[in-house]
Design a binder for this molecule. Structure first.
Ligand SMILES: *Cc1c(COP(=O)(O)O)cnc(C)c1O
Length: 390
């Protein structure tokens, strides 16, 4: 059983849904939860100054991870959902030159698709670009979709269900060439693959603490400083924190945790990427050798190192996950699973309903060991034969 509190006797392979808090992150946060409780906006005493100093250090750590030119380009939020909403609704609040068109991609997270739909109901036009059979955005289609009316391109870095990484440099070049700002939801990619907002030409980028071994309830939006200024309008009004773009008393412990999490990712990425990719491929080989009809969902090369999403032949994914009480896995998307409809992302790849229902996502992370991966594969293989779709 995976219960809260004590460490469960359970193998955690759902690191795309959330990651455990790294003990080093917790250690960095603890002083802010105890004596360092100051309000970072308090300008008149040492409690406030200390909190503000911690926040500014974290801002620099986040900026460093993504290659931002200056820490002030980072706005702290409650997570990637809020960052996505701020980017999309904030940029489309005041249409520039009457532009009222957004271009997005069919496999985006609901935190992007729902704000786009919201704008559509308010008279905006939304073009949704398709993907190929490996889940990669078609840049030619993106090029066709962009018009003189396009106010924003919102295309994620890496997909949360299948791990596919989009052709990011090409998207950036296109956005630049067409003079359209690009928002990139990098909740899955930040800290997992090298990302450089300057090299890629990203204008707005969302990330989340709890996807990178930091705490839940904190994230950030990178907002490029440029001339003319991006016309981003605050979506939450009040005390004017975060340059007026995100009012509300800063979550200092969360922000400090996010900063430390970013620093650790930056340090460990060069070794961690190859380690996870090797474990992921070993898991894939084990499953493929024992279960008939294993097919990869996603791109073989352009993929997150810790993500393996596969069709397990004609296995009933839902029943498999229910049967495996000691392995935490996800079938397709955490949000779509359990609802009885096939994942929209898998359908966008051209998967049939039954292929989607036989798909399982293995999310490996920083604390995943080779033994765990081998045990999980064995447990899945044991159950696969008897749990077939009927
Ligand atoms: C998890 C996730 C989000 C939402 O992030 P929260 O911080 O949980 O709000 C958005 N987009 C993608 C791609 C994600 O994986």
């Amino acid at each position: 059983m995976c219960e809260g509190g004590a460490a469960p006797p359970c193998i955690y392979l759902d690191n795309q849904a959330t990651t455990p808090l790294d003990p080093r992150v917790l250690e960095a946060m603890m002083p802010c939860l105890r004596q360092g409780f100051g309000n970072a906006s308090s300008k008149s005493h040492a409690y406030g100054w200390a909190a503000a100093e911690q926040v500014e250090r974290a801002r620099a750590q986040v900026a460093d991870l993504i290659g931002a030119a200056a820490p002030r380009e980072i706005i702290f939020t409650s997570g990637a959902t809020e960052a996505d909403n701020l980017a999309i609704l904030g940029l489309c609040d005041t249409p520039v030159d009457g532009r009222n068109h957004i271009v997005t991609c069919v496999t985006e997270h609901p935190a992007v698709l729902d704000p786009c739909r919201h704008l559509e109901r308010r008279g905006w036009r939304v073009s949704t670009v398709g993907v190929d059979a490996a889940g990669r955005l078609d840049v030619a289609q993106l090029d066709e979709a962009v018009t003189g009316d396009t106010a924003l391109i919102t295309v994620m870095a890496a997909n949360n269900e299948i791990g596919t990484v989009h052709p990011l440099a090409e998207v950036g070049q296109l956005a630049r060439a067409r003079g359209v700002p690009w928002h990139c939801d990098a909740a899955q990619a930040a800290g997992k693959i090298p990302l450089d907002v300057e090299a890629l030409g990203v204008d707005l980028l969302s990330l989340s603490g709890h996807k990178i071994y930091g705490p839940k309830g904190v994230g950030a939006l990178y907002v490029r400083r440029r001339k003319p200024r991006l016309p981003l309008a605050a979506q939450q009004l009040g005390g004017g924190q975060e340059r007026g773009l995100r009012s509300g008393t800063l979550n200092v412990p969360g922000i400090v945790g996010l900063g430390r999490a970013c620093q650790l990712c930056a340090e460990e990425l060069p070794g961690e990427g190859p380690r996870l990719a090797a474990l992921r491929d070993r898991l894939h080989r084990n499953l493929d050798g024992a279960i008939p009809g294993v097919q990869l969902n996603g791109h073989r090369d352009h993929r997150l190192p810790g993500c393996l999403n596969v069709v397990l032949g004609t296995v009933d994914g839902g029943r498999l996950l229910a049967a495996l009480r000691d392995v935490a896995l996800s079938s397709g998307s955490a949000c779509a699973s359990g609802e009885g409809h096939p994942s929209a992302v898998l359908k966008a790849l051209g998967r049939t309903d039954s292929e989607a229902f036989s798909s399982v996502r293995f999310g490996l992370g920083r604390f995943t060991t080779g033994d765990e991966v081998d045990t999980a594969a064995r447990r899945v293989i044991e159950q696969a034969g008897r749990l077939q779709l009927n």
